[in-house]
Design a protein around this ligand. Structure first.
Ligand code: 5RP
Length: 225
């Protein structure tokens, strides 16, 4: 099976965990897109009452177009389950997210959820985090100073630019800096350091946050609880 087929498979598996009347956090990315498609089918065919809490404008538009009712995180009093993708998941189930520049809203929704589920194809499972560049959402004002500090600390920062050389902007109109680290030996220490830097709004390490992981394997989805 190709990567996209595995992503579709885990998306379809994930929506089996959604029950009528749930408030569901909807992540962002290509894997989540398959999951939202599958949820749209269930909502239509089974007449389910689901409230989706999207983590990006992209996901909100898709959910609405499929007839899934959508509320912002501040309009709900709880979120039962958030289903999101990930860029890397380590052997001890820590994650890197933000490849789609949505990790700030994703983290806000995840930390306000009773349960968090990540859905990934098997290529995302790694022994140690860090091969995937670690995304940081930074305020544009002073971002070059933040960049210099990170560079001086040996964290190999790169501003994320689009094909025309313009800054990629998050839904909050912030910039993204990716740290090309290769390996993250001490994720908790790194997360503590990064979040203390003025100008960094959020960093992409999602630590001690996930309850269920569904991995798309060649022989079918593996559900890890
Ligand atoms: C967006 C994310 C995504 O969940 C992550 O990048 C995985 O995306 P995909 O499913 O397209 O591989 O964190 O900010």
């Amino acid at each position: 099976m190709e990567q996209n087929e595995l992503k579709k498979l885990v998306g379809q598996e994930a929506v089996k965990f959604i029950k009528d009347n749930m408030v569901v956090g909807l992540g962002t990315g290509s894997t989540v897109k398959f999951m939202v498609d599958a949820l749209g089918e269930r909502v239509k065919n089974e007449n389910l009452h689901i409230t989706g809490v999207p983590t990006s404008n992209r996901t909100a538009e898709q959910a609405k177009s499929l007839g899934i009712s959508v509320k912002s995180v501040d309009e709900v009093d709880h979120i039962d389950l958030t289903i999101d993708g990930a860029d890397e998941i380590s052997a001890d189930y820590q994650g890197i997210k933000g490849g789609g520049a949505a990790h700030l809203f994703e983290k806000i929704v995840a930390t306000n959820s009773t349960k968090v589920m990540w859905i990934v194809d098997e290529s995302k499972m790694v022994s140690t985090l860090g091969k995937f560049p670690l995304p940081l959402e930074v305020i544009p004002y002073g971002s070059k100073q933040v960049f210099k500090k990170l560079d001086a600390k040996g964290l190999h920062p790169k501003f994320r630019l689009d094909d025309s050389g313009n800054h990629v902007l998050t839904d909050s109109k912030n910039y993204v800096i990716d740290l090309h680290l290769g390996e993250i030996k001490h994720p908790h220490e790194l997360a503590d350091y990064l979040i203390k830097q003025v100008g960094i709004v959020e960093q992409g390490l999602f630590l001690d946050m996930v309850n269920t992981v569904i991995v798309g394997r060649q022989n079918g989805p593996e559900v890890i609880q």
